[in-house]
Design a protein around this ligand. Structure first.
Ligand SMILES: [Zn+2]
Length: 416
């Protein structure tokens, strides 16, 4: 009665996960427990496969070498077998006991410093194993967004975070010393409801600089020189870039060149869309719909080209569609329509924003735009307390294999 040995076995079936803790008190009970395990396994296996013959049964085990598991039908019949400790040597030892179709997985994240994801993934001898990781809830809850693991070197993370950072690189087929270039969130609307210095500090820690973007329309917001001068004054001495998001084709008439040149960039989108009667429709509003989607797209493309022909630096919210049309995005943004707006952006040297709020434009659009010579910038399109969410922007940057040379960095407004 002196050896207390525990083997934790989790059985995951589709969305159903059951976990059993087996406690072996003496070696004399091993045979009994193996029988119990076999009966338990048969019930799970038969039920799951009867309900769905194609289901995958995944056995997650923290002690794959536990003698209780030896010669059990569970090992022979399971679809996926994971070693939670992520020890390739242990997996090699049990390989002869597994069935011919069993896929082996290594868990490389979850046990903090006891896992060493980088080391295991660097060994080509481990290529045959599936890779997995989990993260238990911490005091500050969830792990960081995936993109944040790519903005700093692997070595700057500790414990589980370092292993997650290794997986983030491995899954993106990047080397372990990969680090994103310094990033700029050039679409941040700070309206004075948060401590800007704190926002700057929090984002700098993740390699993200902020571009504070004021907004000005015909008769609202930063609508003239006086308002724009005040905006520039509030940001004086802050380690941010200063931008202006403009609305309406007549925007250059509202400001003097002397005032505009105090900015780092001017951005515009086509979301205040002039309808056939000349009224402006806010495309992001609820319930906006167009009975003839093709007709809308033709006019929308033309309006985007008009916006892109203005003296702006950044095309914000590119390819945005109203809620009612978003499910048809790839169908409505035909190659011909994409090329029209892309070529207008390239011709006018306007950077295409990778927008993390609306998760636009698509990867297909970005690849085409890159091919046509466009450059890109990243925008959270968030207000006050929420700058720096560049998750989609970074995902697209990685997916489309963009490089630092593909990114636009503001260097002053264009002449009117
Ligand atoms: Zn905006």
């Amino acid at each position: 009665m002196n050896s207390l040995n525990r083997a934790a076995i989790g059985m995951g079936i589709g969305s159903i996960v059951c976990t059993a803790w087996l406690v072996r008190i003496t070696t004399g009970q091993a045979a009994f427990e193996r029988k119990a395990l076999d009966r338990c396994w048969q019930r799970i296996h038969d039920t799951a496969k009867r309900v769905n013959p194609d289901c995958v049964i995944w056995l997650s085990c923290n002690e794959v070498l536990d003698p209780i598991l030896r010669d059990t039908s569970a090992l022979r019949e399971v679809d996926r077998m994971m070693d939670e400790s992520g020890t390739p040597e242990a997996m090699r030892q049990i390989a002869p006991l597994l069935g011919p179709r069993t896929q082996q997985l290594l868990c490389l994240v979850g046990w903090a410093d006891r896992h060493d994801a980088r080391n295991i993934l660097s060994d080509t001898g481990n290529e045959k194993y599936g890779i997995y990781g989990f993260s238990k809830p911490n005091a500050d809850s969830l792990p960081l967004p995936v993109s944040r693991y790519l903005t700093r070197p692997l070595e700057s993370f500790q414990g589980n975070d370092r292993n997650i950072a290794a997986l983030a690189r491995f899954f993106n087929r990047e080397p372990f010393d990969f680090v994103l270039p310094p990033l700029l969130d050039s679409h941040y609307h700070w309206e004075g409801h948060s401590d800007l210095d704190e926002m700057i500090r929090l984002n700098e820690a993740h390699g993200i600089k902020l571009g504070v973007t004021g907004e000005g329309g015909k008769d609202w917001g930063l609508k003239n020189d006086v308002a724009l001068e005040g905006f520039v004054e509030r940001l004086r001495g802050k380690a941010v870039l200063k931008g202006l998001q403009v609305y309406g084709p007549d925007w250059p008439t509202r400001y003097s060149t002397a005032t505009l040149t105090q900015l780092d960039y001017v951005a515009a989108d086509a979301l205040l869309f002039p309808d056939k009667e000349g009224r402006s429709v806010a495309l992001w509003g609820a319930g906006v719909s167009f009975p003839d989607a093709e007709d809308f797209m033709e006019r929308y493309v033309e309006y985007n080209v008009q916006v892109l022909n203005g003296p702006i630096n950044i095309w914000s919210n590119p390819t945005f569609l109203p809620d009612s049309l978003q499910s048809r995005y790839s169908q409505l943004w035909t190659r011909g329509r994409m090329l029209k707006v892309i070529r207008a952006a390239a011709r006018n040297h306007v950077a295409v924003e990778l927008n993390s709020k609306y998760r636009i434009p698509s990867a297909a659009f970005v690849r085409l735009a890159r091919h046509e010579g466009c450059r890109f910038c990243m925008g959270s399109n968030r207000h006050d307390k929420e700058p720096g969410d560049l998750d989609y922007s970074i995902r697209i940057y990685m997916e489309c294999k963009l490089s630092p040379e593909d990114l636009y960095y503001p260097a002053g407004v264009r002449s009117k």
